[in-house]
Design a protein around this ligand. Structure first.
Ligand code: ADP
Length: 445
């Protein structure tokens, strides 16, 4: 087992990883930008190293500074969290080349899944169904027209290197194709330095259902069921549930058996999430994330598993602590992502938190690095807390979420807590009757 882990991240996920390390008796190294010198992940770590100025490209994305911090502190592994360098194959390679362990999949698998076209090709060859679309990249407008005519409008132009909902454009008819094609390419080039795009049928009422998997280096692959992440705004998740109100246990077993078989064949290792769109009883693979997800806690609550602890154990060469038959699902969990944003306009609201009271009680979990007096910096993602509840049934989980949201007090900055209160009271949400398009209509933007 590792003695010391450097956590190449910030905020709630850095704390989450520290907690797993502490319970395993592993000491922790935090890294931070100058803007985060007083952040909670720095205050709670065993050691902390400043790696650069506020801008993420000079700090949390600064590979040289992070590797130097790891080497001067004598860390034997690096956990990347999510975002930042977590899906950077070159970084994973460099960590290993410096004699440390990257807590995640191999650089080869990160690179394969990071290219969504390669990921779809690999999954299709293993019998996983896909959303209908182009075979591979679409190099020019003529090819785009031919593909769209074949699969029929509406279509979605997507960046091969896409992430965070960027580099995606809908064309509802032939007249919109040229603008969508050029728009997606331009955005992809600017955001990812790679303008390769592909085309998918734009599904009109799917749910986003994703499957959590863990794989060790001994050939064992298990799944921990699904999360329903259909409540999205601008292709970004807002509230997630485990399990999905739309799935039966038989469907979950089926999806899990197919996906784990595919990953076993690929020789995949560590944590991963396969994302699917689900419509009319059919699953269609869209992408795989080769890291811990923001929404992993809801799976932890219904499966009673510590996914980060397992990630660390697997990376150290240990066998998975679970066989598929050991994994059972109990009750229902919901996560609300609380952002430092205006709940109506969604404009970020960095600033000083003047007072802070977190909800508590039975079945309530908060993953957050906030505290009274903390200054939410303007440089990073606006998510400042995850409020997670677990209860025996979905109805009770909704009741629990409502009361937890009512208890949650963050003063000094605006947050999206009022938005979540509206969502949990909406009849469509309560009925579990929503698709990926519902929330944008509900909030009107
Ligand atoms: P990213 O990596 O940027 O998150 P994804 O491929 O995971 O991109 O898609 C993000 C979201 O965009 C999905 O959860 C879904 O809401 C929407 N989306 C993606 N592909 C389609 C599609 N073919 N039809 C309709 N919506 C889609």
């Amino acid at each position: 087992m590792f003695r010391k882990i450097l956590i190449a991240n910030r905020g709630e996920i850095a704390l989450r990883i520290q907690r797993a390390c502490r319970e395993l008796g592993i000491s922790t190294v935090a890294v931070h930008s100058t803007a985060d010198a007083t952040a909670m992940h720095v205050r709670l770590a065993d050691e902390a190293v400043c790696i650069g100025p506020p801008s993420a490209k000079d700090s949390y994305l600064n590979v040289g500074a992070i590797l130097t911090a790891a080497s001067i502190t004598g860390a034997d592994a690096i956990h990347p969290g999510y975002g930042f360098l977590s899906e950077n194959a070159g970084f994973a390679d460099m960590v290993e080349a410096h004699g440390m362990t990257f807590i995640g999949p191999s650089a080869t698998h990160i690179a394969m899944m990071g290219d969504k076209i390669a990921a779809k090709t690999a999954m299709a060859s293993l019998g996983v169904p896909l959303v209908p679309g182009s075979e591979g990249a679409v190099p020019d407008l003529e090819t785009a027209r031919a593909v769209a005519d074949k699969i029929m409008y509406p279509v979605l132009i997507k960046a091969a290197a896409g992430g965070g909902g960027r580099g995606m454009r809908v064309a509802r008819s032939a007249s919109e194709l040229e603008d969508a094609f050029r728009g997606a390419r331009t955005e992809a080039r600017a955001a990812f330095g790679n303008d390769a795009v592909y085309i998918e049928k734009y599904l009109d009422r799917p749910r986003h259902i994703e499957l959590q998997v863990l794989a060790d280096s001994h050939g064992n692959v298990v799944h921990f069921g699904e999360r329903d992440c259909s409540l999205q705004r601008r292709h970004q998740k807002v509230l997630e549930e485990a399990g999905s109100p739309a799935l039966t246990q038989a469907q979950r077993d089926d999806l899990g058996a197919n996906a784990t078989a595919a990953l076993r064949t690929l020789g995949y290792r560590n944590a991963g999430t396969l994302e699917f769109l689900y419509q009319d009883g059919q699953f269609a693979f869209i992408e795989m994330n080769t890291r811990l997800q923001v929404e992993h806690p809801i799976t932890e609550m219904v499966c009673d598993v510590d996914l980060v602890r397992e990630q660390i154990r697997i990376a150290s060469g240990a066998e998975l602590g679970y066989a598929q038959k050991d994994i059972t699902f109990s009750g229902h969990a919901i996560e609300c992502r609380i952002n430092a944003e205006d709940p109506v306009t969604f404009m970020p609201t960095p600033g000083r938190v003047t007072s802070y009271h977190a909800p508590g009680g039975l079945g309530v979990r908060i993953d957050s690095a906030l505290y009274a007096g903390y200054f939410v910096p303007p440089y990073y993602d606006s998510m400042v807390a995850k409020l997670i509840v677990h209860a025996p049934t979905r109805e009770r989980a909704i009741d629990r979420m409502r009361r937890a949201l009512d208890e949650f007090a963050v003063e000094g900055i605006k947050t999206t807590i009022p938005l979540h209160r509206r969502i949990v009271d909406a009849p469509e949400f309560q009925a579990g009757d929503y698709t990926i398009h519902w929330l944008e209509k509900f909030v009107g933007t």
